[in-house]
Design a protein around this ligand. Structure first.
Ligand SMILES: [Fe+2]
Length: 309
């Protein structure tokens, strides 16, 4: 069974890489670092090489999602389970590893959404000074939520093939999963997009203080970034949340607090919560239509094993 360390990093396509880098640095509170890939901007909220990487692209959205495997032997294991599921994968070429500062790994594509997924072992630390909090006390890159037109199959791919564990679901709407044995309630959510296009719903950063949520409301307003949902509180994870838009209209979330499941403690059973407003937001705040309205998932062709770069 595949074992993970964490959600590794998120690669986004943005239409103006300089404008977006400014936003994620100055308004979200990430640290920009120099990176080897020309035209890209690298930012972090940890001491790892990066937590997000911004690519210049005509269509804003998700370029790929990367998870860090627990150890080198997980690569062979992953290869076996993908082969058994007849899902194509390639080894990460040295050029990609150099560009992302990672060790070896595999790239595959989730069949339903077409989302490129990287799985790697180890990430370099850059030469820059350690990450320091600026406008927000960011604890870590939190999670990504995708909308899948093949909802059940996509959930099954992550749980059955990739060994993610379901923490909770909102009935027929969204499933929250952790990359086992990483303890956080969810590193990935899959929304039910049956009859719709696949898209990126939002990316999340966890903050360490409730004041980070309150302060962000006024900072975002001053910066002209729309708050599209929140502040509120999610019933499944217990997180307090605030959703806002980046310069391309991609939805970003700050969350405070999250349930954890530790490997050596017996995990509670996953719950299936009713699809009522209270399950999404205990505070029942309004949701702006612009929430998750932008965010294409870049599709590359696994048949040709073309790299999505
Ligand atoms: Fe979220």
């Amino acid at each position: 069974m595949i074992r993970y360390k964490r959600l590794g990093y998120i690669a986004l396509n943005v239409t103006d890489v300089g404008r977006s880098a400014d936003f994620y640095r100055d308004i979200v509170g990430l640290q920009e670092i120099s990176g080897p890939l020309a035209g890209c901007r690298y930012l972090r909220c940890s001491d790892k090489h990066h937590d997000i990487v911004l690519y210049q692209g005509a269509t804003p959205g998700l370029k790929r999602l990367a998870f860090e495997l627990e150890s080198i032997d997980q690569i062979g294991e992953l290869h076996s389970v993908l082969d058994a599921a007849s899902v194509a994968c390639i080894e990460l070429p040295q050029s990609e590893r150099d560009a992302m500062g990672t060790g070896p790994g595999l790239r595959t594509w989730e069949p339903g959404t077409g989302c490129a997924l990287d799985f790697y072992v180890g990430m370099n630390a850059p030469a820059e000074p350690p990450y320091e909090h600026t406008v927000a006390q960011i604890q870590r890159l939190g999670h990504m939520v995708l909308r899948s037109p093949t909802f059940e199959q996509t959930v099954k791919f992550f749980t059955g093939t990739l060994n993610f564990k379901v923490s909770d679901s909102i009935e027929n709407r969204v499933v929250f999963m952790r990359c086992y044995p990483n303890p956080y309630h969810h590193s990935l959510g899959i929304g039910n997009g049956t009859g719709k296009e696949a898209n990126m719903n939002h990316l999340n950063f966890m903050v360490t203080e409730v004041d980070d949520i309150g302060r962000a409301i006024w900072r975002l307003q001053k910066a002209g970034s729309a708050v599209v949902n929140g502040p509120g509180r999610h019933l499944p994870s217990g997180s307090m949340f605030l959703y806002f838009l980046d310069p391309d209209g991609l939805t970003v979330e700050y969350s405070f607090g999250m349930e954890e499941f530790h490997e050596h403690e017996e995990a509670r059973d996953p719950r299936t919560l009713p699809a009522v407003p209270e399950s999404f937001d205990l505070w029942l705040g309004p949701v702006d239509k612009r929430k998750a309205a932008v965010g294409a998932i870049e599709r590359s062709d696994p048949a040709t094993k073309e790299l999505a770069s």
